[in-house]
Design a protein around this ligand. Structure first.
Ligand SMILES: [Fe+2]
Ligand SMILES: [Fe+2]
Length: 555
């Protein structure tokens, strides 16, 4: 758990001094109520005389102030002077600032008459005997034992008040912590409900900032995502961030370049722990972002991977950021970091899959150069047919990959059979008919390609059940396989082969019309005629950039 000690306070600040009542004012009220008169005040640490009652006889108090320091150290009421009838009481009391103040006063221990000779005792007050007798006669007498008891009562009452104050502050802090913890848990719960691997980290970040805005008193919140690759690096597939992205909420005082500057200034210190900066603009030498006065900066990371930064900028209440806000940002950043880490892992897996598909399609092309580009065209025609049939989302990815890989089993067909220019013998034809099952075997252990397996296995099935390898019919044949079958036949009929020229479009149309409901799914054939113009375009295209196609369809 984070504590304030673990956070670096770059610029610790104190509130500006304000006109406040004397330090002894609260104690003074209790003392006056207890003794029925005002006492003097001496600082128990420095022996400084803080206040002295106007009607107390003036004399040399410096020595007594030093004695008060001793009394403060011992912590109990004592008499500094006891010269009948005068008593000087020193009462150490805890001040609200944690220091000890000493209340002092001279009392008269018994009734005194004006005729009484106070020659000896008067010197204690620094007065002549007559003035001393006059002063003594005006005071309410208070015997030493009563004075002592009063002192103990006042001491105990102030002790109780101090303890009550401490308990109240403790309760307030606990309740603030509880409220903070509840908000934190509720926010994190809501955030985890939105953790979906398919969700971009910008989108999850936007949700997180909006919710943080409800509980963190910041004028602006920001999530800065660093680029994952250097600009210009080869992009294989999938969403790879090539430039930093800044997502903001509220009044964020920084644009993306300025945030980059902030990261360069503070990032090295904040990479392993939340960084709280208060009054940065005013107090930090060389601080180049005066629009940031207070801030919290937290790294978005997972393991050794740093994905970006989360920041709260400028306290909305004019105060300072502290541990509670830093904790909250830190917890949210941890979740966002894990999410970014998962997305990165997913991207790497997809990139790996792209590499595998690329290697496999190259292998098919190398095996049968006469059909070069066939896999790519079948993939794109199948996607166009699927679009027309209302397929969308993930199944579309599968159809694209299935189109690329449908003939992968030809890798296991003998070269002389595959490349034979003339008519095939029955045995050769049987041999070539094994390619769907060989393809299925090649791909079945690649978990990520599970979806394409039925297409690879069944792309030579016929609607009327006279196809191979299983003789499935109608809806028994997976839709994706029925779609790829039409795309495959279209490309095979239209392409030039060593032993024949590609068929003209009208002839292909005629064969499709005749074969609808026999060789092919009539609905897919209808889709073919609806999308005929686009499909012709695909057929005329140079072989597509397979990588770009995978990038488009395998997200
Ligand atoms: Fe095939
Ligand atoms: Fe094929």
């Amino acid at each position: 758990m984070l504590t304030s000690d673990t956070m670096l306070q770059v610029v610790p600040t104190r509130p500006a001094p304000s006109q406040s009542p004397p330090r002894y004012s609260q104690l003074d009220q209790v003392v006056r109520r207890g003794f029925g008169r005002t006492l003097g005040w001496i600082d128990g640490s420095t022996a400084e005389i803080l206040a002295f009652p106007a009607d107390e006889p003036m004399r040399d108090w410096d020595l007594r102030a030093e004695l008060c320091r001793e009394v403060a150290r011992r912590g109990r009421p004592e008499f500094l002077d006891d010269e009948d009838p005068f008593l000087t009481l020193a009462l150490p009391l805890p001040a609200p600032d944690g220091e000890t103040l000493v209340a002092v006063g001279t009392f008269v221990g018994r009734r005194v008459t004006l005729r009484e000779d106070l020659t000896q005792a008067a010197s204690l007050l620094g007065l002549d005997p007559q003035t001393a007798a006059l002063w003594a006669a005006r005071q309410t007498p208070c015997p030493p034992e009563v004075l002592e008891r009063l002192a103990r009562l006042v001491h105990a009452q102030i002790g109780s008040q101090t303890r009550i104050g401490e308990l109240e502050r403790e309760a307030a802090s606990l309740s603030a912590n509880l409220a903070g913890t509840y908000e934190e848990i509720s926010l994190l719960y809501r955030l985890t409900q939105n953790l979906r691997i398919s969700q971009r980290d910008e989108d999850l970040g936007r949700v997180a900032l909006e919710w943080l805005g409800e509980v963190v008193p910041a004028a602006g919140l920001a999530m800065y995502l660093t680029s994952l690759r250097a600009p210009g690096a080869e992009l294989l597939a999938h969403n790879v961030r090539t430039h930093p992205v800044l997502v903001t909420h509220g009044a964020c005082p920084l644009d993306v370049d300025q945030f980059d500057q902030l990261v360069r200034l503070l990032g090295p210190t904040a990479v392993s722990q939340p960084l709280v900066v208060n009054h940065a603009g005013a107090g930090r030498p060389g601080w180049s972002l005066p629009q940031v006065r207070q801030g919290i900066l937290v790294a978005l990371s997972e393991g050794d991977n740093l994905f970006g930064w989360l920041a709260a900028l400028n306290h909305s209440g004019g105060g300072e950021f502290g541990t509670i806000e830093a904790n909250l940002l830190s917890s949210v950043a941890a979740i966002l970091g894990i999410h970014s880490g998962n997305i990165e892992l997913y991207r790497q897996q997809a990139e790996l899959l792209t590499g595998v598909v690329r290697a496999l399609t190259s292998a098919i092309d190398a095996k049968d150069p006469y059909t070069c580009g066939h896999s790519d065209r079948v993939a794109r025609v199948a996607v166009r047919l699927a679009e027309d049939l209302g397929v969308a989302g993930e199944p579309m990815n599968t159809i694209y990959l299935a189109g690329l890989l449908h003939d992968i089993g030809k890798i296991g067909v003998e070269d002389e059979v595959l490349r034979k220019p003339g008519k095939l013998t029955d045995a050769e034809y049987e041999h070539i008919q094994r390619h769907p099952e060989i393809g299925h075997k090649i791909l079945r252990d690649l978990g990520k390609l599970d979806g394409v397996l039925p297409v690879v296995l069944h792309h030579h099935e016929a609607w009327d059940g006279r196809g191979y390898p299983r003789g499935l019919q109608c809806d028994e044949i997976p839709l994706a396989a029925r779609i790829v079958a039409v795309a495959d036949s279209f490309d095979a009929m239209g392409s030039d082969r060593p032993y024949r020229k590609g068929m003209p479009g009208e002839k292909i149309d005629g064969i499709f019309r005749g074969g609808a409901g026999r060789q092919w799914d009539p609905e897919v054939i209808e889709a073919f005629f609806r999308a005929r113009a686009d499909i012709d375009e695909i057929a005329r295209d140079e072989p597509d950039d397979v990588l770009a196609g995978i990038a488009q369809y395998s997200r």
